[in-house]
Design a protein around this ligand. Structure first.
Ligand code: B1M
Length: 235
């Protein structure tokens, strides 16, 4: 579509499938306002916030990721796309959180030292909040000292770590080793996630579980919290 045609495009005239595709195109082009407008329209049409997030926004980011990998997109374009993604997520966040569910537990989450990728980690945080967990998000580039200080301060049930780079994922082990060294490993359930990880890696570094995406993070957290309650009740 030409730039002129795009200027004239009325997003409201598109059906759901066309609009989803258009949101993904706009995300790709880093058009924050257009992405936000598309998100609002899908919500008005009765889409659940979860569907808007996973089908429109995450789907769009996957296309960006593929073209970044293949050298079609570069860091500045990806940053613009990431900003558009974040703007869309900001609309959805209060809606995902608004479940009124009783608090199931507390989670501290962050992206590990050396790594500044935060979209997936923020998404996990949002979904956990939506599922009724209290979430303390420490941000990006977080070192072991900061993780440990947050555990002392907030006494979470769950520690979540995110890494998107093969060079930063080993740092998760540094954090877990520090937990062990300080005798605090048994105090928290450790969940890890991020595109380059897998279950074998999680096991090898001593985490409780690898979560392939935000939905799995919620399910795993709920399951492990239940198990922990049962163990404590039986002790
Ligand atoms: Co980056 N980058 N990047 N990048 N970037 C990747 C990760 C890469 C795979 C791209 C590629 O080559 N295909 C590649 C890593 C290669 C590798 O290590 N093997 C890469 C690279 C190389 C780099 C730089 C080194 C590039 C450079 O400077 N030359 C640089 C590193 C900076 C640093 O961190 N020190 C860099 C920079 C950037 C930007 C700043 C431009 C931007 C980040 C913006 C931001 O986050 N604010 C960026 C982006 C956007 C990406 C891609 C394109 C998309 C990541 C994303 O947001 N995905 C990414 C390509 C890709 O992943 N395919 C790429 C969408 C998000 C919803 O998914 O993050 O996987 P994801 O999260 C999922 C799951 O993984 C899981 O749930 C989430 C939701 O379902 N999950 C968890 C994640 N964390 C979890 C924590 C949990 C549980 C589940 O805790 C319990």
């Amino acid at each position: 579509m030409s730039a002129d045609e795009e200027d004239d495009l009325d997003l409201r005239e598109l059906d759901d499938e066309e609009l989803t595709e258009q949101i993904q195109d706009d995300l790709y082009d880093g058009l924050k306002d257009e992405v936000c407008e598309g998100v609002e329209i899908l919500l008005e049409r009765g889409w659940t916030p979860y569907d808007v997030l996973t089908r429109a926004l995450v789907g769009g980011m996957q296309i960006v990721g593929n073209d970044f990998r293949d050298g079609i997109l570069f860091v500045p374009e990806v940053l613009l796309a990431a900003n558009a993604m974040k703007a869309g997520m900001a609309i959805l966040r209060p809606l995902l959180v608004e479940t009124g569910a009783p608090k199931l537990g507390k989670m501290v989450i962050a992206t590990v030292k050396g790594d500044i990728h935060d979209i997936g980690k923020n998404l996990v945080g949002m979904m956990m909040e939506g599922a009724g967990f209290e979430v303390i998000n420490l941000g990006i580039n977080t070192d072991a000292e900061e993780f440990l200080a947050a555990i002392d301060e907030h006494k979470p049930d769950i520690l979540g770590m995110s890494a998107l780079l093969t060079t930063t994922m080993p740092y998760m082990k540094t954090v877990i080793d520090e937990l062990v060294r300080q005798g605090k490993r048994e105090d928290v359930i450790v969940l890890v996630g991020g595109a380059p990880l897998n279950a074998d890696f999680a096991k090898a570094i001593g985490a409780d579980a690898y979560c392939k995406d935000a939905a799995v993070a919620v399910e795993t957290a709920q399951e492990l919290m239940k198990r922990r309650h049962n163990q404590r009740a039986g002790a």
